[in-house]
Design a protein around this ligand. Sequence first.
Ligand SMILES: *Cc1c(COP(=O)(O)O)cnc(C)c1O
Length: 368
Amino acid sequence: MASIYERNGLRRVINASGRMTALGVSTIHDETGKALVEAAQNYVVIDELIDRVGEMICPFTGAEGSCPTANTSAAICLSIAAVMTGPNIDLVERIPDTRGLKNEVIIQKGHCVNYGAPVTQMIRTVGAVPVEVGHANKVIPENIAGAITERTAALLYVKSHHCVQKGMVSIEEMVAIAHSHGLPLIVDASAEEDLRKYVALGADLVCYSGAKAIEGPTSGFITGRKDLTDAAKLHYKGIGRPMKVGKESMMGLVKALELYEARDQEAHCRELNAVVDRLASLLEGLPHIRVGKSTDEAGRSISRVRVDVLPDCPLTAQQIGDRLKSGNPAVFTRDHFLNVGTIFFDPRPMLPGDAEAIAARMKEILKG
Ligand SMILES: *Cc1c(COP(=O)(O)O)cnc(C)c1O
């Protein structure tokens, strides 16, 4: 059946790319959808809901405090606002005017990524100033410690496949440097699957997407030190207002977290591997390509279909990727390695029937 998007004049999209904001991130479970609709059809005192949802997030992360947010970007903004103002409502109402406040946020050069928007812009949004340290491919602990001044508000660590994966200062070292200077470490763990790891490592605030690994509705959360997550909530009376998180998103997030934690990870991996095997076998035998499987470059437990375009192919991998994207259905692949002739298909966002549709498009393109 045609999707709601197709019925409204949009192309069918096959997402074999990943949890991409540009494609709608993920799809929610029916039970999450039910919770979301019921929440949307009722009233609640929003401040009480924010507090309660914060409490309900904590058992999933092992932290003492949490704050629901509209998305990870809002979580980063509100985390930084929180470390600058603390619980002072007068300061909260002044942001993004940070005159007189500690407002510098130290970030490694190799972490200054654009995930669809620049992470450093989230720092600036709340009036803070990003201080980029080290070099794009090499940062040493001395670069971090050397940048700390009486103006420093926090250190920010970005855990992501977008970042430079080698030569950066580790999260453990960042925690140690931050704490030895009495500063908080904020971690952007937007797409990470492990909701406990960074809290357990001693990060003061950790920012997650509710829609990426957790497959909830558009949402996010901050989890960590309670004094700081409480301060983050206060910012909903200030700069956080345009980042308002809906009541339905909050209840959908809680349901998605329950489902995520209850999920049998091994069975889930087996299902994803079955999708990988199915797509690989459908592609096997098409001309001009070699089909294989690969693991994730950022070390997550994700296996993907790997298609190497052979030298005898009249099309480059880039051209094949472009044709896949521009067709109807539009097939989006993981295109980080198109330039070296490799196309990856990610099974996580694929829906039933997608493997067959991808194979059919690949056949048309390669035999065309
Ligand atoms: C996706 C992503 C974000 C932004 O997440 P939103 O929930 O879309 O705001 C931030 N940081 C990293 C590392 C990301 O991958």
